[in-house]
Design a protein. Structure first.
Length: 141
């Protein structure tokens, strides 16, 4: 019983301390698609939207503008400037789709000639992570 009372007291004290913390603004909203990266400009901090496109993040409270960059493959990057000087800021919009025109790529192939001479061995090589790998092709007489 004492443990339960102590747990409840700590819980309500913690909620009271958190409720009185006015140093942060909560930014939340919906961007319409999942896995959108939301990054704070000129920092290494950010979040991603969930499966429904919802996101939530906390920013230090300030009177200066803060830039948020919304980016996702297949959608145009969107820059939103906000001033996080309130308790809650809501941002709701849909990301705009984009497409990329790439140059044409040609693919060609040549038949590899096989040599049946006993003293001839064919090697193929590949460079991977600055290492060279040789593959010896077995020649049957």
């Amino acid at each position: 019983m004492k443990n339960l009372l102590l747990t409840i007291t700590i819980f309500f004290c913690g909620m009271t301390v958190f409720a009185q913390d006015k140093n942060y603004s909560v930014v939340k909203g919906n961007v319409g698609i999942e896995n959108v990266n939301i990054s704070i400009i000129n920092t290494d901090f950010g979040v991603s939207s969930d499966n429904n496109g919802d996101f939530i993040m906390m920013l230090p409270r300030t009177d200066k503008q803060v830039g948020l960059l919304f980016s996702c493959i297949g959608y145009e990057d969107t820059l939103v400037s906000i001033v996080p000087n309130r308790d809650t800021i809501s941002l709701n919009f849909k990301m705009k789709e984009t497409s990329y025109m790439l140059e044409a790529v040609g693919v060609s192939a040549d038949k590899i000639k096989r040599y049946s001479e006993h003293n001839y061995v064919m090697f193929d090589f590949e460079i991977f992570d600055d290492k060279v790998f040789f593959f010896r092709e077995k020649v049957t007489p």
